[in-house]
Design a protein around this ligand. Structure first.
Ligand SMILES: NC(=O)c1ccc[n+]([C@@H]2O[C@H](COP(=O)([O-])OP(=O)(O)OC[C@H]3O[C@@H](n4cnc5c(N)ncnc54)[C@H](OP(=O)(O)O)[C@@H]3O)[C@@H](O)[C@H]2O)c1
Length: 352
């Protein structure tokens, strides 16, 4: 047996997860010499994606949602884990290949049964494309941004777009596409380092730090004639401000509501006050999930364009990498608290 350190979902949080109580790091062991499961394979893992939706799966199993709750005492499920195949009993997955597994444990080594094979992607290394891009721009996050912006936001050159959590994984990609397509791009972020990043590195037209400036004042100042598209990662007060500032026939892309994810059971969520704008301004407000067919249909175009743009240097894949599984809890909470910039990733081992 070798050590197999894992990031464990230990007990149900009420509000913010508490390190060492709700989340722990434990050795769950791995037998290097054991045969892979029948029709399955084993991996040594390099990178694990963090994603705010993981918080939604740390819930009372009685609460229904679009993805199942995580199991107590087991490794935290990640949307995507990249590793190298150690041993395989599958005809389509070979030893030594780099693979990306879906809905997989945050652990140093994994044992995957036959059912995992059909959702596992073999990654063919491409020049100029870092492996971590497959967790971000070329992964689920990038699919979210690319598909929903085009399908629901329907951007046109000259449109004014407001993006919340603009320096995060989804926000940085929505913003870069919007800049590229000739929109007037405004970002809302939670600190000045992020503001600098979206303005200087990503080429946003303007932005504001919502912790320093009143949101309603900032949006009026930066979009005096109103907003055509609000790309909403956060919900809460900024959504209300956006509703009040939408132009006629504007579009709201409801991607997430991270401002509510760590509310305790007793907390009453922010109540939207400007709903009346929906009818008055004939707005379209649509939610989506990344695996919906109308979002996934953009995959081929996303893969081709984003790969090309990363390779020619015109698109940035910015990651916040937490080094080592011992620091997994810190990296996860850092994403939820807004301490991380770009796509949050846990690095377990150096790719060999
Ligand atoms: N619909 C889908 O299929 C789908 C798929 C993927 C992601 N999502 C959603 O998209 C959103 C962004 O995800 P991501 O992966 O790109 O995460 P992320 O932006 O990399 O990280 C989360 C960011 O949210 C901001 N934030 C956290 N708490 C906040 C609060 N109370 N108020 C305002 N902002 C807060 C922080 O940025 P600041 O420091 O700037 O506040 C933080 O960095 C999330 O809501 C997520 O659930 C939806």
């Amino acid at each position: 047996m070798v050590q197999n350190k894992a990031f464990i979902y230990k007990s149900l949080p009420n509000g913010w997860p508490v390190p060492d109580k709700n989340l722990t790091i434990e050795d769950i062991g791995f037998d290097e010499n054991a045969a892979p499961p029948k029709g399955g394979f084993t991996t040594k893992n390099y990178y694990v994606a963090y994603d705010p939706s993981q918080r939604g799966r740390m819930r009372d199993p009685a609460i229904q949602s679009y993805s199942p709750p995580m199991n107590l005492g087991e490794p935290v499920i990640s949307v995507s884990v990249i590793g190298k195949v150690l041993r395989s009993d599958s005809s389509s997955i070979k030893e030594g290949q780099i693979v990306m597994m879906q809905s997989s444990g945050s652990e140093s080594y994994s044992k995957k049964d036959e059912s995992a094979v059909k959702t596992t992607q073999i990654i063919e290394p491409k020049d100029g494309v870092p492996l971590t891009a497959y967790l971000g721009l070329l992964g689920m996050t990038g699919m979210t941004a690319y598909g929903s912006l085009h399908e629901i936001g329907k951007p046109k050159k000259g449109d004014v777009i407001l993006i919340s959590a603009a320096a995060g994984a989804v926000g940085q990609m929505v913003g870069q596409i919007a800049v590229r397509e000739g929109l007037h791009v405004i970002g809302s972020v939670g600190d000045d380092r992020k503001l600098d990043f979206i303005l200087k590195d990503l080429g946003f037209t303007s932005g504001f730090n919502y912790k320093k400036e009143n949101m309603a004042d900032a949006v009026k100042r930066l979009a005096p004639d109103g907003i055509d598209i609000f790309y909403d990662n956060v919900g809460g007060e900024l959504l209300d401000v956006a509703l009040a500032n939408m132009k006629l026939f504007g579009r709201i892309v409801a991607c997430g509501s991270i401002s509510t994810y760590n509310n305790a059971k007793e907390t009453t969520p922010y109540g939207v006050k400007n709903y009346g704008a929906m009818v008055r301004k004939r707005l379209t407000w649509q939610g989506f999930l990344v695996f919906d067919p109308n979002i996934v249909q953009w995959r081929k175009e996303r893969d081709e364009n984003i790969t090309k743009w990363i390779q020619d240097g015109s698109f940035k894949s910015i990651d916040h990498v937490t080094e080592g599984i011992d620091n997994a809890i810190e990296g996860f909470l850092g994403m939820l608290k807004g301490e991380n910039l770009g796509k949050s990733i846990l690095k377990i081992a150096d790719p060999e």
